[in-house]
Design a protein around this ligand. Structure first.
Ligand code: SF4
Length: 213
């Protein structure tokens, strides 16, 4: 029963969010399940496009990374890098791709997209460089306002730190203590207020499920 009601809520809210995001001059798509993400991408990303990704559990969960690997794309995959130099090379190439893929940490009900990044390799190409940015976002990321976005991000960041195996205090204690660690993952906070300067550059796929952290 709970699952059914949550699905209903996500669909209703999702439809409102699509309109809000379109008003912000983003392309926006609502899909019913994570299995629908790849079929939507097939209509958005032409074969032979150059592509790159930011770090994201959502992209793994929805099969996007496998889709990019196994089809006819020029994929600059950060996960293939074996050395720090290779990683840097791929990050720099990510600025000049046709499509950059990532998720969001939070989207407010009035359409602000909020991200918190460690070294900026996700938010920097999101802001400038790639011709298109594709965001795949579960409805669990939708929050009331910027304050709720901050609260959400503070709540999930220790889990992200654990996933990245950082030696930060939150990994020890399970909660954020606003550390000064060299490995701090909470450094670059960005708020994308609108897509008005480059209409349609952002293609946001909202999924009526919980995805990522
Ligand atoms: S600020 Fe530091 S302690 Fe807080 S979540 Fe980020 S890395 Fe962890």
């Amino acid at each position: 029963m709970r699952e059914k009601l949550l699905k209903w809520k996500y669909k209703e809210l999702g439809e409102q969010m699509i309109q809000t995001l379109k008003n912000k001059k983003h392309d926006a798509y609502l899909v019913d399940s994570k299995e629908d993400v790849v079929s939507t991408l097939k209509n958005i990303v032409p074969e032979k496009s150059s592509v790159a990704i930011g770090g994201s559990i959502t992209l793994q969960e929805t099969g996007v990374i496998d889709f990019l690997k196994n089809n006819d794309y020029k994929f600059f995959n950060r996960n293939d890098a074996k050395t720090e130099d290779e990683k840097r090379e791929i990050f720099l190439k990510s600025f000049d791709v046709d499509f950059f893929f990532c998720s969001a940490n939070a989207i407010t009900k009035d359409g602000m997209i909020v991200q918190l990044d460690g070294n900026g390799t996700r938010v920097a190409p999101m802001i400038y460089g790639p011709k298109n940015v594709v965001m795949v976002v579960g409805m669990n990321k939708i929050v009331t306002d910027l304050q709720s976005a901050d609260e959400r991000i503070k709540e999930i960041s220790p889990m992200n730190a654990k996933r990245l195996d950082t030696k930060t205090p939150c990994v020890r204690f399970g909660e954020c203590i606003d550390c000064e660690s060299r490995e701090r993952i909470c450094v670059h906070k960005t708020i994308l207020q609108t897509g008005v300067r480059h209409p349609g550059r952002f293609k946001i796929i909202l999924v009526t499920e919980d995805l990522g952290l």
